[in-house]
Every structure is written in C-alpha cells, then in structure tokens.
Design a protein around this ligand. Structure first.
Ligand SMILES: C[S@@+](CC[C@H](N)C(=O)[O-])C[C@H]1O[C@@H](n2cnc3c(N)ncnc32)[C@H](O)[C@@H]1O
Length: 238
C-alpha cells in the first residue's frame, strides 16, 4: 500500500487549535496525570502525544509508533518506526492510555482483533484504549463524487469495525469529538492534491485533477464543515 504522508502535514489536523481541543477531549475522557504512560499507535508526526506531554507535565515521554518516520516529527515523543502489531509483540511496558486515532481502518480485520487483544494485555488496571474513527453516520468531509463513493465504502467498513470492537470488548464509553473546520478552498484543494486522506491514495493523477475541478466549482472560497469523530473507549476487563 502507498503510505500516508500528508495527513497532518500543515492541515487543520496539525493546527495548534485542533491539537489543543483534541487533547482536552482526551484528558476529559481518561484518568491521565503526570505519571501516566501513553502509547500512540499510528501517531503520524506525534503532535497530539507531544502536546499531552506538556499539558499533563508527563514524567515519561509518550511512545509514538508509526510505519512512516517523518523528518519533522514531534521531539516530545519517543518514536519507534514500527507496525503496531510488531511493536506490541516485543513490548514489555504497561500503559494508562493507548491511543489509536484514525488508524484502525488501515488494518485488516484479523490484524485489528490481534492488535486490540495485545493492547488490552499491556494496559494498566485502570488504563484505557481509545479508538477513534471518522463518524460513520454523520460525516461532513468535503468530497468529490468518486471520493464520496470511496468514503462511503470506507465508512461502511468502519461501522463493521466498530460493531466488532463492541462485540469483543468491554466498552466503557462511546463519545464524539467534533471540530469545526474553516479552511480556504485553495488550501483544501492542496490537501486533495497531496492525497491527505487514505481514500485518495489509490486515485491516479487524472482522477485527482477531475476531483479538484469538481470541488473548485461546487464549493465557495471558504469551506466550513464539522470534522466528526467517533471514539470508543475500551477498558481492560472483559
Ligand atoms: C490517518 S493517519 C492518523 C495520524 C494520527 N493518529 C492523527 O490522528 O493525527 C494514520 C497513520 O497510521 C499510520 N499507520 C498505518 N498503518 C499502521 C500500522 N500498521 N502500524 C502503525 N501505524 C500505522 C500511517 O502511517 C499514518 O501515519
């Protein structure tokens, strides 16, 4: 698979405001404090975990795992270039929070089952796994026609993943994280060109070019929408 390199590359997903409000959401829905140990699977540039390091005045740097090693990753995390499963197979540490944000859909179903099983094994007694996916029911991501049909398929798969997680685990809470995005159309078109989201990775240049033209004629100069995530909080006891 082609790797995802531009997700948090100077987009709203890496803006100070987004990181701050997402950190607030994480802190509100977990029992984190300065002694907490955090693992971020599919951390991207690690800005979220890096911000938690400051916000919580963490003693230990959060561990961030990703298959892509970005040059400009956050210095406040302990980064390991690895696949989540391989990392946990060799792991010996226990965590208060294992964050899997907008990453689980990139795994095969059998890998998801194995990953969550391993995550539970390495949770401290009051620790939680927080799995975030795009809200599969009320999504507002701006799309072009072809992108929209890919997104629908991906969201249907997310519904299956959520059902599987709910069936196999003790879910302590389900929460929504909603962030209001205001973005210049020119900037969003750049993100489409950069294939910021995984559903765009398989499109050829021509498909991207047509999509850019479509969005250009269908949206105003400033695009406003809500980026909605669903969060499933899994605790250790089954
Ligand atoms: C959509 S991005 C989300 C990044 C970050 N969690 C965030 O929300 O800003 C998904 C990330 O998962 C990484 N990834 C994909 N498969 C992975 C795997 N098996 N193990 C670890 N990371 C993976 C990708 O390289 C990418 O950085």
């Amino acid at each position: 698979m082609v790797s995802l390199k531009n997700w948090d590359n100077k987009t709203w997903l890496s803006s100070k405001d987004y990181i701050k409000s997402f950190s607030k959401f994480l802190i509100k829905n977990s029992n984190l404090n300065s002694k907490s140990e955090i693992l971020d699977i599919g951390c991207g540039r690690g800005k979220i975990s890096g911000n938690l390091y400051n916000e919580l005045k963490l003693i230990s740097k959060p561990t961030g795992i990703d298959i892509v090693d970005h040059k400009d990753k956050d210095k406040r995390i302990r980064f390991k270039k690895s696949n989540g499963l391989n990392f946990l197979d060799k792991n010996k540490k226990f965590f208060d929070l294992i964050l899997i944000k907008q990453t689980i859909h990139l795994l095969k179903i059998r890998e998801i089952k194995k990953l969550i099983k391993l995550c539970k094994k390495y949770l401290k007694p009051n620790g939680v796994i927080m799995v975030l996916t795009l809200d599969p029911y009320k999504n507002e991501i701006p799309t072009f026609k072809l992108m929209n049909s890919k997104l629908k398929k991906s969201l249907n798969r997310d519904k299956k993943i959520i059902a599987l997680l709910e069936k196999n685990n003790k879910i302590s809470k389900t929460k929504k994280f909603i962030y209001k995005v205001k973005i210049l159309k020119s900037k969003y078109l750049q993100m489409i060109n950069d294939r910021y989201i995984s559903i765009l990775l398989e499109f050829d240049l021509n498909q991207i070019e047509n999509g850019v033209n479509e969005i250009n004629s269908n949206f105003k100069k400033r695009i406003i929408f809500k980026d909605k995530l669903q969060c499933i909080i899994i605790s250790r006891n089954v």
